[in-house]
Design a protein around this ligand. Structure first.
Ligand code: ATP
Length: 340
């Protein structure tokens, strides 16, 4: 039987690192946090890291990778991980990596992501190939616009071209039907060890200035010329209407099943993932994005969510669930099953 003391849990000090490292310690692992110099304070203050490795920038990960390999560190990727290290480089990582690397390609390419979700029979907002086809409210999303900073809305081709003047030259954008409803981000965990899908919780994002515009009158919004932006500043927990749960389980399972057929991502999706979408007044859930790893929306649940509390009689964050998966894999001599 493998011993968890032979391994360390490693992640980058950002995004969901506090939760991942705390969860790992709760499961009995020793932890390593790789921090950018000057940004290590939270990881020291909250006592989640047994060792802190300082780098000038996260992209320097490869300079210290050998040390991680020597300690049999298992790296847990999170939302900022790919952003800082780069999708291509993650593929070439030699340290142990939790999760299927090939999924990255499917998740980071809009066309591929759409194909995957369509195969899973998920409802998606309509996509418009040309601005001239716009016949309803749409959201224009620029690629790599972190936090939706440069997104804009339009109702017609004329409106599109008027607003687009500011972005002339940047033609890497998608035109998506704007779904009027409430945002709901669904957090899942799928373990290969017991072949079971768990619903871990839900959140919505707290975005500036989208979430503050309703605080001032429409006239003032127009007078001051406010433009909607979606810069993420935090996450707000949600408990979903219970009658929606069967649908939530079903679509999550469909996504996992469809992932088994993705080329280059053999073995499919496992571990934490998130479906991000809007629920309209007819209770249709339109998903506009999938994140194939832990999302920051799980951060309110360091001590577990109402849903994990139903299943586990102990606090179970998504970070801890990852560590539990790894621990069970090690102890049943199946570590390879959770590495990719
Ligand atoms: P990423 O998660 O890749 O960083 P992002 O944060 O830049 O992406 P999105 O998550 O795609 O941007 O969307 C930003 C905001 O726009 C969110 O509040 C989301 O609810 C809203 N939004 C995105 N797509 C739609 C849509 N099709 N209809 C309605 N609202 C949408």
């Amino acid at each position: 039987m493998g011993n968890i003391k032979d391994h360390k849990i490693v992640t980058l000090g950002s995004h969901t690192a506090l939760q991942i490292l705390k969860g790992a310690k709760e499961e009995g692992f020793e932890t390593i946090c790789i921090c950018e110099r000057g940004k290590e304070k939270p990881y020291i203050s909250y006592g989640v890291a047994d060792e802190i490795i300082l780098v000038d920038k996260f992209a320097d990960f490869f300079k210290i990778e050998q040390g991680i390999i020597d300690q049999k560190g298992i790296v847990i990727p999170h939302g900022s991980f790919v952003a800082y290290i780069g999708a291509e480089k993650v593929k070439n990582m030699e340290a142990m990596h939790y999760g299927t690397k090939g999924i990255l390609e499917w998740e980071s390419d809009r066309t591929k992501e759409r194909e995957w979700l369509q195969n899973a029979k998920i409802k998606l907002p309509k996509v418009f190939e040309s601005p001239d086809d716009i016949d309803r409210p749409v959201i224009i999303k620029f690629h790599g616009a972190h936090g939706g900073q440069g997104y804009f809305l339009a109702n017609s081709p004329e409106e599109f071209y008027e607003r687009y003047k500011e972005y002339q030259g940047d033609d890497d954008y998608a035109i998506q039907e704007y779904i009027v409803g409430v945002p709901v981000y669904s957090h899942y965990f799928y373990s290969r060890l017991n072949d079971e899908l768990e619903v871990m919780g839900f959140d919505k994002r707290y975005e500036s200035n989208a979430d503050s515009i309703g605080r001032i009158a429409a006239k003032d919004q127009v007078d001051v010329g406010i433009r909607t932006t979606y810069t993420i500043t935090g996450n707000v927990p949600i408990v979903l209407r219970e009658s929606l749960l069967p649908m939530i389980f079903e679509i999550g399972q469909n996504v996992v099943d469809a992932s088994r057929k993705l080329k280059g991502a053999e073995g499919g999706l496992f571990g934490p993932f998130c479906l991000e979408g809007i629920i309209d007044p007819q209770l249709n859930y339109y998903v506009f994005e999938i994140s194939a790893r832990i999302v920051a929306g799980t951060n309110p649940y360091v001590h577990g969510s109402p849903y994990t509390w139903l299943r586990y009689d102990e606090p179970m964050s998504t970070g801890r669930r990852i560590a539990r998966d790894i621990k069970e894999a090690i102890e049943s001599d199946n570590l390879q099953k959770v590495l990719g």
